[in-house]
Design a protein around this ligand. Structure first.
Ligand code: G3I
Length: 481
């Protein structure tokens, strides 16, 4: 776990970092073990009971904002480490409070939503469960009635066949070597990306060394199955996710700009003609609309973002370039600042073609504010990509819970509601598509090494790669059912 160094950390957060580092170190083994287990012959996974930390009691630096995530200054997930819980705040999607400010009617949002950073879902203490089938939060009150099952076709049709826009999955290169994973991806998806194989830590492990083998394998899989590729991400704007050597690089602003340019030119040119679109900068803005204090921000100021897009545009003028973040789907100053960046880039003649809304969300999230903000971005003429879609269901559940029938159905309905909403509010010509962050619950990043991990069911396919209600909800949105 790396952080920017004691000078940037108050004593309180330093203790937090120490705690997170301990949690991270203990969870790392579950990270690699989960992945190794996935690749090795399956053996029953010990249901390790994990303390369910109430994320709301985290120490988010944004008061009342839920709890920690990766975008903390000073820690976070990294090519060398998994997610940590930063000084910053986050939770995954529970904080849809953005709908309470002006965002709903498209006016300038007054306040910021609670964050949605994935990792451990934020909770709004005491908030009633509002979704049928969601866990009963007040002992003694009857569980809400289960929703009806999704209509199902006689045979499992490919998900991609129901949509005019690309339906994607973020993959892990090593898992593509596993038949049930690879077959699920090739059958149901028309685009792939990767959770980490295009990241700086994977392709550029030291200043004069580029290693493209993993990302090339992802591209080769896509080409074999006639799929598009959306690559994530040229820059990830916080220190937990850029390699150690980058953070230790010495030079003046011109040298830092050259370092960024060399990386972007080399990587984008390597994949020119094979990768149709890029997340150029990931998560540059925090809740409240402030810039994440990343090494790039410190060395080059906030214009590093537009510089990154300029270099990417020069390296591959055909590629579509995206600004990717989380939480702006709930409005607030974060959304406003991201749109300001798009406007400023335009003034400088630099293309930002689209916005990625990660949408790591939770079962109880209202769809309305999400649609309001997708439309806000679409009204700017941006391509709209739901780029890391998953719906966590573990809020309020014991650490080792099983997915109930009622929750399964509620999740299917939520997938249908959000996918239908996307199709409704985003003009067809701007629907860059929807990418799920992973393939099956078994290898979701929620179950790969985050504190309180290994017990969530956020994706379309279950741990045996069978389609869930979530799959049919997503499919039925496309079939208009
Ligand atoms: O490749 C190494 C492997 O060699 C090593 O044995 C293993 C154990 O140390 O680590 C492996 O690297 C891991 C990498 O995923 C590839 O699996 C890193 O430790 C781990 O930190 C990394 O986690 C990824 C995380 O981003 C940080 O890059 C998650 O899988 C990935 O799902 C997550 O994705 C992010 C998006 O990029 C941005 N939006 C949020 C999303 C979820 O946090």
């Amino acid at each position: 776990m790396r952080f920017t160094g004691p000078t940037y950390l108050t004593q309180r957060s330093f203790r937090l970092v120490a705690l997170v580092t301990f949690i991270f170190a203990s969870s790392l083994s579950s990270c690699s073990s989960s992945l190794e287990e996935e690749l090795a012959p399956t053996k029953p996974k010990e249901n390790s009971s994990v303390d369910v930390k109430d994320p709301a009691k985290g120490s988010g630096s944004d008061a009342g904002q839920g709890t920690s995530g990766q975008s903390g200054e000073g820690e976070g997930s990294s090519g060398e480490g998994a997610a940590g819980s930063g000084e910053g705040a986050a939770g995954s999607g529970e904080g849809g409070s953005g709908s309470k400010d002006g965002a709903e009617d498209g006016k300038e949002p007054a306040s910021d939503p609670a964050p949605t950073k994935p990792g451990t879902p934020a909770t709004t203490p005491g908030a009633p469960a509002t979704t049928p089938g969601a866990p009963v939060t007040t002992p003694g009150t009857p569980a809400t009635p289960a929703l009806p099952a999704q209509p199902k076709p006689a045979t499992v049709v490919p998900l991609k066949s129901a949509f005019d826009f690309p339906v994607g999955a973020a993959v892990v290169k090593e898992l593509l070597e596993k038949p049930e994973y690879a077959n699920t991806v090739s059958k149901h998806f028309s685009r792939i990306g990767s959770e980490s194989d295009f990241k700086w830590g994977s392709v550029h492990p030291s200043k004069d060394k580029y290693t493209f083998a993993k990302a090339d394998a992802v591209v080769a899989f896509a080409q074999k199955h006639n799929m598009k590729v959306h690559a994530h991400t040229l820059l990830w704007a916080h220190d937990g996710n850029e390699p150690k050597w980058v953070k230790e690089f010495q030079g003046d602003a011109a040298a830092w700009e050259q370092l960024m340019k060399d990386h972007i030119y080399t990587v984008v040119k390597h994949f020119k003609g094979k990768v149709q679109s890029w997340d150029v900068v990931n998560e540059p803005i925090k809740e409240g609309g402030v810039y994440t204090n990343s090494i790039w921000y410190r060395k080059l100021g906030k214009d590093y973002i537009i510089k990154a897009f300029k270099f990417a545009q020069e390296a591959d003028p055909q590629a579509k370039l995206f600004l990717n973040d989380y939480g702006q789907e709930y409005g607030g100053k974060k959304m406003k600042e991201l749109l300001n960046i798009v406007d400023e880039a335009k003034k400088q003649g630099v293309k930002i073609h689209g916005m990625g809304f990660q949408l790591h969300t939770v079962l109880r999230m209202e769809a309305k504010p999400i649609m309001t903000n997708l439309k806000l971005a679409a009204d700017k003429g941006l391509l709209i990509h739901i780029s890391e879609f998953d719906i966590s269901v573990k809020y309020g559940m014991p650490a080792t819970f099983q997915l109930s029938d009622a929750m399964n159905k509620a999740q299917g309905e939520k997938y249908k509601e959000i996918v239908s909403g996307y199709m409704k509010v985003v003009p067809k010509s701007q629907q860059w598509g929807i990418t799920t962050w992973g393939v099956s619950d078994k290898t979701s990043y929620f179950n790969k090494g985050y504190p309180n991990s290994d017990h969530d069911y956020p994706l379309l396919f279950d741990r045996n790669y069978q389609p869930k209600e979530a799959f049919y909800g997503f499919l039925n949105a496309g079939l208009g059912k």
